[in-house]
Write a protein that binds this ligand. Sequence first.
Ligand code: NAD
Length: 348
Amino acid sequence: MKHILITGGAGFIGSHVVRRFVKSYPQYHIFNLDALTYAGNLENIADIENEQNYTFIKGDIVDADFINDLFAKHQFEGVLHLAAESHVDRSITDPLAFVKTNVIGTMNLLNAFKETWKGNFEGKRFYHISTDEVYGSLGTEGLFTETTPYDPNSPYSASKASSDHFVRAYGETYGMPYVLTNCSNNYGPNHFPEKLIPLFINNIINNKSLPVYGDGNYTRDWLFVEDHAVAIDLVFHEGKNHETYNIGGFNEWKNIDLVKLLCKIMDSKLGRPEGASEKLITYVKDRPGHDLRYAIDASKINKELGWKPSVTFEQGLEKTIDWYLSNEDWLKNVTSGEYSKYYEKQYN
Ligand code: NAD
């Protein structure tokens, strides 16, 4: 059985990737390494915890000795690296945490992979999962391509940009076989409710205000998380070594229009009069260094690997809202304790 390491598999995107790999590839043993920070939640993958080809390991990628021992023990032939500090607002208040996990943690994995295989890289692969935020901000026109120069503006995107550079550098310097993807904003089940879509779903359910940054004209490209997991599967198996692929939803929305659409669907799901949830919208002070617009040109992955999103935004949102409405206990569990203190500090 091939040993495959997936990091961050108790988080939002990682949980969908782990489930897909465990279920689709009985010839792999999937090791899910996660530190279970505030964003990691074993409930996200409770349905696969007893599968024969699956092992969960609690551990921190910042701990080099622990990572080296883990690689020496299990000889991972493939690594899919998703573990990260992922929230831009948190990176503004605690940038160092982002350097530790996103930069040092990635370096530790690269070093351990390199030392395990010592140049004998045939059939091995290191896959780094990254974000379109490394490219900085677009004006009202244009799209990010794989050759757009890096221009990160937040401590989060700077730390992800740094880790992307190290992955490429290890490919060039040590001949390490890697693939890298930069993806747009994801949404879907298991998304921690500090991010826009689940935050607003949760607030609409609880009749709390909907804090929209600035004038609401910030624009993002949204992708349903299961479509991202399909793309990750494809790139891991069929992507070319030393290549980057941009992944996006061909689905740009201004924040304010997205919030209004969410309100409309939620009103109908909750049996509220049309327009009731829109009244909860409040404009709040802008995030510093806020990028105006991100939009991905995903034509390379489309042409070379035949990938495209399988659901429309309306279908994906509907699935997402239904999931949150039928998993209110999950929401209550993750929004209690530490998170409620963070929320009060951030928005009140
Ligand atoms: P998330 O915050 O939901 O999950 C991150 C996971 O990593 C959590 O389970 C957490 O416990 C774990 N983790 C954090 N620090 C760790 C450490 N030091 N050691 C081990 N585990 C640790 O993040 P996500 O939204 O699922 O994002 C996953 C990856 O995809 C990240 O690398 C992110 O940069 C990238 N990405 C995210 C998006 C998005 O829209 N969410 C878009 C593009 C790329």
